[in-house]
Design a protein around this ligand. Structure first.
Ligand code: LMR
Length: 392
């Protein structure tokens, strides 16, 4: 059987984790996979998470199955954070817990495939490298369009408008709700407004990937585009991740929400999401979700979490300012948001940065700004100059 299989390359982003660990040089800098690091270079368990885990250690009495929907109280408590208080579509909202944002994307893709297998998914490139494979695995056709010009570090808004305008009714538009991965370039609110109008006019279904809420400009600001779109459209999907904003990466904590047209459609969506979850992972892992629920049930722990998230957000934006100040060629980095910026570089350049300078970033030129220390800014700029990436 297994000799029929072809070897597949390791995921290049995840391969960076091992490559960095195996590098024995002391000055190495990890700008690779998207995890937050503090000023000591650690990816700490957040204080509120520790507090919640302590409570659970003392009070959790059972780990019996919850069902394919997972912890629905977790799903409900996230709603005001994502959608605000009492959104007008509250009665048209269905939700289910998923293993991370990837699980939500996969489940959403399968829901689309079940409902409208002929729907195309419009994907602006570059995008998170796992987006296209997830939709392909769910046997959905994709239509890719250029989202950004990396040389200019600008959105190609004409290309976005033309892709949406020529899409067919019922096609799905994958949108990064905030903190675009890999470019850090988000639409302006004016552009979001135009996109919303196009979604409505062409009867397209937005699939919003919201994986970094709170790490761009703050929880409320980062949710604003999502809320504006959901206020306007009839149907939508939202893949949410708590892995980054609660620092729960390996616990795999996420949720898939669907905005449907009416109560009947909500019930249909819910039953299909549960059935699809059942054949994929049966039931999602509980620990991370119950930690998030415990935090959100406690005003004190919620305040602790919000404060630490704000601290993380400030640190990332401080790193952006430091890097932008270190070279005029990198000024755009301070205008971008979230963990990532994507320099325009060839794969060989990223390889040379690793081999000759111990600086790890994705082969695509994506760098994780949360991985650096303020004091690293000059080292990074010197290395980028040495490999010919910067003029000044
Ligand atoms: C990233 O983009 O680095 C993270 O989302 C990790 C991953 O799964 O790719």
């Amino acid at each position: 059987m297994f000799e029929q299989l072809k070897n597949r390359p390791a995921d290049s982003l995840l391969a960076l984790i091992k490559a960095f660990q195996g590098d024995e040089r002391s000055g190495k800098i990890d700008l690779g996979v998207g995890v937050y690091r503090d000023a000591m270079g650690r990816t700490p368990v957040m204080r509120a998470v520790k507090a919640a885990e302590q409570v659970l250690l003392e009070t959790q009495e059972s780990k019996k199955y919850l069902g394919p929907e997972g912890d629905l109280q977790f799903v409900r408590l996230l709603e005001p954070i994502i959608f605000g208080n009492a959104p007008k579509y509250a009665h048209r909202l269905a939700g289910i817990q998923t293993p991370g944002g990837s699980g939500a994307l996969r489940l959403g893709a399968e829901l689309i495939q079940t409902a409208t297998p002929s729907a195309k998914v419009l994907l602006g490139t570059p995008s998170w490298p796992n987006h296209a494979p997830i939709f392909a695995s769910a046997r959905l056709d994709r239509k890719e369009y250029a989202f950004v010009d990396l040389t200019l570090q600008e959105i190609k808004f004409d290309s976005v408008v033309s892709a949406l305008s020529s899409a067919g009714e019922g096609d799905v538009v994958l949108l990064h709700g905030c903190c675009h991965n890999p470019t850090g370039i988000d639409f302006t609110m004016e552009q979001w407004r135009e996109i919303t109008d196009l979604l409505v006019a062409h009867r397209l279904v937005p699939f919003i990937d919201l994986a970094y809420q709170g790490l761009g400009d703050g929880l409320e600001q980062d949710a604003a585009p999502t809320r504006m779109i959901l206020d306007a459209v009839d149907e939508a999907l939202i893949a949410y991740s708590c892995d980054k904003n609660f620092g729960l990466y390996r616990e795999r904590v996420g949720a898939l929400y669907v905005v449907a047209r009416n109560a009947d459609d909500v019930r249909r969506a819910e039953s299909n999401m549960a059935a699809l979850a059942r054949v994929n992972w049966s039931m999602p892992p509980d620990h991370g979700a119950v930690v998030v629920r415990t935090i959100l049930e406690s005003p004190d722990m919620t305040a602790m979490w919000r404060a630490e998230l704000e601290e993380m957000c400030r640190r990332v934006n401080g790193n952006r300012t430091a890097l932008a100040a270190a070279s005029p060629d990198l000024a755009f980095i301070s205008r971008q948001r979230g963990l990532f910026s994507n320099l325009s570089m060839r794969r060989e350049t990223a390889v040379a940065l690793r081999a000759n300078h111990g600086i790890y970033m994705a082969d695509s030129g994506r760098m994780n700004l949360a991985g650096m220390q303020l004091a690293d800014a000059d080292t990074i700029v010197a290395a980028l100059r040495a490999v010919g990436c910067l003029k000044s």
